[in-house]
Write a protein that binds this ligand. Structure first.
Ligand SMILES: Cc1ncc(C[n+]2csc(CCOP(=O)(O)OP(=O)(O)O)c2C)c(N)n1
Ligand SMILES: [Mg+2]
Length: 768
């Protein structure tokens, strides 16, 4: 293909004495290649702009002005070896890494065979798994923390190479045999010859890992994007870990219409970041491919040699306004635009090639004609490509390989035999059982890493080693002892930065690790919301299954704490059940917590695992530890109390309260309540709800979150829609008042649903 190799004829102008001259290590042939990529990049932008005006594509974002720095990075790094988190201006980088113009036009037309997303994402949102170009989104800067996590993942596998292996029987088979017949459609490694398929119950079967000892994570962003908090969190994390990440800031002086001096204190991002330790810093004219290549070479060397991260600040131009929807003449004076035009990287490089006698005018013309012909063919071909089928929209919301609702995740608890002396097997708290499950899973799977705020036993390891301290292990102590047993590579404290916890975990999981991270309180999950909503949950879908990131996020949630107040007591799960691609689990007792947490860890989807703080050590719901292989499929409710007169649907800390009310109404009024604990909120067990409502004809939905727009609204709406004929009474909800949880216990009691509220609602419904 013309864009990837240099026509030897063109280099003929490489004449005489200068023939072997190197330009910062680049040969004359490499410079011609670089120019070809740059010119191709610019002309793809021009073609796309035309196609957009002809309404043949639907969006355009140009990389104009950023070509030289992109090509320099592409030549200095290795596709399929290093990892790339580019942004939308990195067209020239992608071309230099091996993406074909045809692939780019397929993005524009939204073709089914568009390798980036199959028509799901805008053009210039790059995703090419084979080249290690990781799927990119639109929020500015949300890729940066993932690049850091990606580097951490690579380092982890280099230190723990056995973790990268895909386990074979009997390790896998041990937990996975369910007696299902052999499935001929499964890949051979997923089959156990004796016992049928390995039941699709371990994400590692589908998560191949590759890593290199000296690999680099590249991430780029614009000057405006350095104002995002995640940028600073990422810089800090990269410096703390001395990670091999190259941050490339492509500074075109503007973020849409906002100039750099309004964006960056003092007007220079280089000056602001200069204090980060262990970084190598470069500030370069990013319109000059030779200077840019030299800067990148030095940055690459620093990272490959393990000295830490690098920061390349490239001054570039933006000749085509921000996008097709923007006209920069509205906010930039002509003189300023002319100054930029004089530095245009494509013309500049062309002049350089002529001046150095690397190409003559004929050579330039020939190269440009070849590019034009290639692009014409690519456009023609792409315009013939078929759009995706509307029926495909739900594909890859979740893993196509592992179904956590399946019987593969349905195993029996293994509880130690009752001792001869007849003493009862000790019942464990939900907190104890969660710790035991984490410990057993970490023993079984070396890809699991645990991090978050305070989750380690002690960051100053020598205190632990010398037994000077016992260790903390989480503010609720659920990870206590895990750093001690598994080491600080696998269990460690993170900086106090929730977006960084989830963003880094996402990058690690993309590489095949299984991060089980902790958000200390649900009330503080919000800084991570962008990562959860726009990245973690959507990466598989938007990349058309090119990438996935099955992270588990454990979160302490809920009230009834007497004193927790507004910022330690909130629920809010419906905000997350509203997100496609995210599994949401909310157990009410020890045994369910163990079974569901194990399913969360072994499955192939991102999971939000909500742990009610009030239930951690409650006597309700204690149980013996159900063993190291106990799993419960997602989306299967539990009938906590069978009944015939009224269905109560609930979960979490309302379960024991509803049970209390159900027992009272049965005692006092003879009303038999069927109490359903959903356990898993997305997916949820519609079949269990429908069967019960058809039997009782009366239904109450109860939850701790605020009433309006809450989780129960969806359940109530579905019941009204699909079970209307079976109802003898209106669907009722009992939930928190539409206000925040207050500190004074009298107020908290009035705000959160109490057993008596549930009792009264049950009575009213039974009598209706
Ligand atoms: C989080 C977020 N906020 C706002 C936007 C809208 N937006 C898209 S690009 C952009 C400006 C980015 O400027 P800069 O980082 O300098 O990159 P450039 O486009 O100049 O290369 C803005 C505000 C967005 N995509 N994401
Ligand atoms: Mg900018």
């Amino acid at each position: 293909m013309a864009t990837t190799k240099t026509d030897p004829k063109l280099a003929l102008a490489a004449n005489g004495a200068k023939k072997n001259k190197l330009y910062e290590g680049l040969t004359r042939e490499q410079l011609i290649r670089a120019y070809r990529f740059m010119y191709t990049s610019r002309r793809i932008d021009d073609r796309e702009i035309l196609l957009k005006r002809q309404q043949k594509i639907y969006f355009q974002m140009s990389g104009a002005g950023h070509e030289a720095i992109g090509v320099a990075a592409g030549l200095a790094l290795k596709p399929g070896y290093d990892w790339f988190y580019p942004y939308y201006r990195d067209r020239a980088l992608c071309l230099a890494l091996g993406v074909k113009p045809y692939d780019m036009f397929l993005q524009g037309v939204g073709a089914a065979i568009d390798p980036s997303s199959g028509g799901r994402q805008m053009p210039s949102h790059w995703s090419y798994p084979d080249l290690h170009i990781v799927t990119q989104s639109s929020p500015t800067g949300s890729q940066i923390l993932q690049a850091v996590g990606c580097a951490e993942g690579g380092r982890y596998f280099a230190r723990h190479p056995k973790a990268a292996e895909i386990p074979t029987s009997p390790l896998l088979a041990k937990d996975a045999r369910n007696g299902a017949p052999t499935d001929p459609t499964l890949p051979s490694f997923a089959q156990d010859p004796k016992d049928g398929p390995l039941a699709h119950s371990d994400y590692r079967q589908f998560k191949n890992v590759s890593f290199q000892g000296d690999e680099i994570s590249y991430v780029s962003l614009g000057d405006g994007t350095t104002s995002e908090g995640e940028f600073w969190e990422a810089m800090n994390a990269a410096a703390l870990g001395k990670l091999p990440v190259i941050f490339c800031v492509e500074d075109n002086g503007y973020a849409i219409s906002v100039p750099v001096e309004v964006q960056t204190a003092g007007g220079s991002i280089s000056r602001l970041v200069a204090g980060f330790p262990d970084f190598h810093f470069e500030e370069v004219d990013g319109t000059d491919p030779v200077a840019s290549y030299a800067a990148f070479q030095r940055a690459v060397r620093h990272c490959r040699e393990g000295h830490g991260p690098a920061f390349v600040h490239a001054h570039v131009t933006r000749p085509y306004s921000h996008s097709l929807s923007d006209d920069e003449r509205l906010y930039r004076a002509d003189a300023e635009r002319e100054r930029d035009a004089a530095r245009d990287p494509v013309t500049r490089t062309q002049m350089f090639l002529l001046r150095e006698g690397i190409l003559d005018e004929k050579g330039i013309n020939q190269l440009e004609q070849e590019v034009e012909a290639e692009l014409q063919a690519a456009v023609d071909h792409a315009l013939e490509a078929l759009p995706p089928a509307p029926e495909s929209i739900m594909k890859y919301v979740y893993s196509p390989d592992i179904d956590p609702t399946s019987s593969a995740f349905d195993t029996q608890p293994v509880v130690p035999e009752v001792p001869a002396d007849g003493k009862k097997i000790p019942a464990k708290t939900m907190a104890d059982v969660i710790t035991a499950t984490l410990r057993d899973e970490m023993r079984r799977d070396e890809r699991i890493v645990i991090f978050g705020e305070d989750v380690g036993d002690c960051s100053r390891e020598e205190y632990l080693k010398r037994k000077l301290v016992k260790g903390k292990g989480g503010v609720f102590k659920l990870t206590f002892g895990l750093q001690n047993e598994f080491g600080s590579d696998r269990v460690f404290n993170s900086p106090l930065a929730e977006a960084a916890i989830v963003g880094r975990a996402t990058g690690m999981a993309t590489r095949g690790l299984k991060p089980v991270v902790e958000i200390q309180f649900f009330d503080y999950i919000w800084p991570a919301m962008m990562q959860i909503r726009d990245e973690l949950s959507v990466i598989r879908w938007r990349s058309n299954n090119g990438f996935s990131c099955p992270v588990v996020i454990r979160v302490a949630i809920g009230g009834y704490l007497t004193g927790g107040a507004i910022y330690h007591s909130q629920c809010g799960e419906s905000v997350f059940t509203h997100i496609p691609g995210l599994r949401v689990v909310f157990p009410s007792n020890a045994q369910d917590a163990a079974g569901l947490l194990r399913t969360a860890i072994r499955c192939d989807d991102p999971v939000l695992f909500l742990e009610h703080k009030r239930l951690y050590r409650e006597s309700f719901g204690r149980a013996p530890y159900p063993g190291p292989d106990y799993m419960i499929p997602f989306g299967k409710a539990k009938i906590v109390h069978p009944g015939t007169d009224l269905t109560v649907i609930t979960y979490g800390a309302v379960v024991p309260r509803a049970l209390q009310a159900a027992q009272k109404i049965e005692r006092e009024q003879g009303v038999k309540v069927e109490l359903i604990d959903l356990r898993c909120l997305n997916p949820f067990d519609w079949d269990a709800i429908a069967a019960s409502v058809q039997k009782t004809n009366r239904v109450l939905v109860a939850y701790e979150d605020t009433l309006s727009w809450g989780y129960g609204a969806e359940i109530a709406a579905r019941i009204a829609d699909q079970l209307f004929d079976h109802l003898d009474a209106p669907v009722r909800r009992v939930a928190a008042k539409d206000v925040f949880v207050a500190y004074q216990p009298i107020l908290e009691d009035a705000i959160l649903p109490q057993p008596n509220d549930l009792y009264l609602a049950m009575k009213e419904l039974a009598e209706y």
